[in-house]
Design a protein. Sequence first.
Length: 444
Amino acid sequence: MAEARYKQLVDELAAEIRAGRLQPGARLPTHRRLAERHGLALVTASRVYAELEAMGLVSGEVGRGTFVREAAMHGGVGVDQRTMAPDLVDLNFNYPSLPGQAELLRAALRQLAAGGELDAMLRYAPHGGRMHERACVARHLASRGLAAEPSSVLLVDGAQHGLAVTVMALLQPGDVVAVDALTYPGFKVLAEAHRLELAPIPASGQGPDLDALERLCARRRVKAIYAMPTLHNPLGWVMSASRRRRLAAIARRHGLLIIEDAAYAFLADDPPPPLATLAPETTVYVSGLSKSVATGLRVGFVAAPDVLVPKLERAIRATTWCTPGVTTAIACAWLEDGTVNRLEAEKRQDAAARQAIASEELAGLRCVRHPSSYFVWLCLPDETRADLVAAALMRDSVSVSTAEPFATSQHVPHALRLALGSVGLDELRSALRTVRRVIEERSF
């Protein structure tokens, strides 16, 4: 009988939420009050809310209660790229581009057509790329402070593919991976697909709380740590050299694999050396050209200890066999002739200009960001619900992400992650004004 009443209550509450009788943002009774009202055990009342949360109808917040979610906002906002209306301003995903890049591609294709390697591009390449291409990437990595032999560099189809082959090759289902409490959603998707357990590490200043990491490693068998030491997404931090040395020491002491994501590292001027230089024997370094050159140019690279290269090559074979010859050739030509360096410098300036606009339009609001990053972490005022703000902005044709896709702990802060790199400067300014107006209307 108790089981039947539990299911009936779930159905009743779900129906009320879907019919709009329980409005988005409404605070539901506490677990104890729900149990008393319906004659349920406390654990059963908790199961009711857990099932509603799994259905995406409510969200529980530590210390605040359980609230009805905004039905227009699906739980994966910020994770899944969906078809967008033509008039929707995208502050959700970053597609940083500069004037003249299309002409660069035309010129590169003409040069490629006039070259003598077209036949080779019609055949399979080695799984990790041809050796001269790997040498080209190794020279590029040296400019970022990472000395890597060509034999330890592998070409992949973008940084996300680099993360995927790293997880596939080096981790097993059930492995515990330490991650930041707010982290890149693409890694969360990989962890779910490969059934990894993510153990959140809270932030402490400009980086993860390394004391918390030490405590975690002392009580759990942690296999790896996923880190973004240079230009963290979404918080924008650049870890200090001393923090990096301590993190490397913890990894050595506990036998952790370090997965270093450097997708946005090009935006930081003169950062400390990568983790891969401090613990080269245990670090897999992943980056690519999607953000620094073009999102459609799916060329990434992985630098790994020699002993791990064969496993990574097999994962590349299992997923794509090799990177496409045409895009790899274009990427390597741009690495060699200085085009990538020039575009990276111009995008640092572009990102700084966008941050200046954000500073003006969001003045007085709590923002966490790096001065030359393409995103802003916007902390909302107390009692202002992120899902309601995001839904209101969607109605005003502005798409943003809430904190939910980035959160790896039970505590999901009420915040927005604003991507600044996908729209023109005037459109960005107008969209940020809309963001501010909607937040002020929702605050009390």
